[in-house]
Design a protein around this ligand. Sequence first.
Ligand SMILES: [Zn+2]
Length: 422
Amino acid sequence: MKILTADHVLPITGEPISRGAVAIDGEDIVAVGLANEIRARYEDVEVTDFGKAAILPGFVNCHSHLEITAMRGSLDAVEHDFRSWLLKLNELRAAMSDEEIEEAAFLGAKEGREAGVTCFGDVGRSGHAGLRAMKRAGLRGILFQETEFSPDNRTAEDDFKTLIAKFEKLQGEATELVSVGLSPHAPYTVGSMLFEMIAQFSIINRVPITIHAAESANETELMTRGTGFFTEVYERFGVEWASPHCTTIEYLERLGVLSARPLLAHCVEVTQSDIERIAANGARIAHCPKSNAKFGHGFAPFESFLDAGIAVGLGSDSVASNNLCDIMEEARFASLTARNRPGSERFIGPREMLRVATLGGAEALGLNDKIGSLEAGKKADLAVISLDAPAQNPIGDVEATLVFSTSGRDTIATYVNGKPIY
Ligand SMILES: [Zn+2]
């Protein structure tokens, strides 16, 4: 057993505790409370006191692409529109070996654990890179095996077989901490039949899925009117693809995909009725405000997601677009941009933001029975953040200090399943 104490303990499901403690037995949290009480209850147990710091549940990054970590900083010279970014990305990727991709993915996972991230929802086209990176870094997570470019219904059967073969192979590498899901990439790269097959597979086998959905105006144009940039790509490659003439969310509902309760990344281009459909189906959202801003895709109606009761977590997206995996910075940016967005309805304060960054992310990944808050019975996945820097002081409100004056680089320790991994 061990006890961790600090000036502030934030259970997330309860009020912050001054001079608090977390008692850990093996992989599990057994008690959270006042340091003096916990120490009295568990005599002769080793105590680590972090002093002027905060202990909170580890951050959950519910949308990342660890396998393209090496491309950070190499894509900023391109005009940040999605098309030129993607073309340049593919060019850089083709120049790298599988070993190099894997090594870079590990460095991305290491970056996360050093910034208090204990769990990733990672999307990978090669799959192995992100999965092995999380395992090697001692992290928890779900690796979502992504589809290849497969918008044509004529190849749906084969595309599905290829995907499931990759998925089954990856499952052989899964552990108690790192499991495997599927990611039909986006409505414009996955045909309607393939979407239906994946949704059925997900429901029958209880396999989690994630989708890039309603990310840009280009996507909305294609879905609702069947025109724009993507149609040129289809013509060039001789792809048969018919526009459903409805929003992305309506389309996913029509195909039965929303009933699989997918984790929808982005959801920038959503109507009020789309939000109601997401909520009614129990689908979840990965909010990636910095990536959306970098591409100029606009603002997701973040507070409407929360007010509709949807499970929402934060995602860094890839560091090739962000360019960081820092969930505290993401939380700060999410709060500030939601506040300043035209039509913004209310302020999302630090308490609500910390919940989204931890428990919200756990709910979005369907892991909230295990992680996301500091409570007896949950797994001991936690982050310890120093509060000692001049920029963080004085501390009038520890939650505001964390969200508005703290960086992932202030992290001093990270634990997963009760084990220090940083
Ligand atoms: Zn993404």
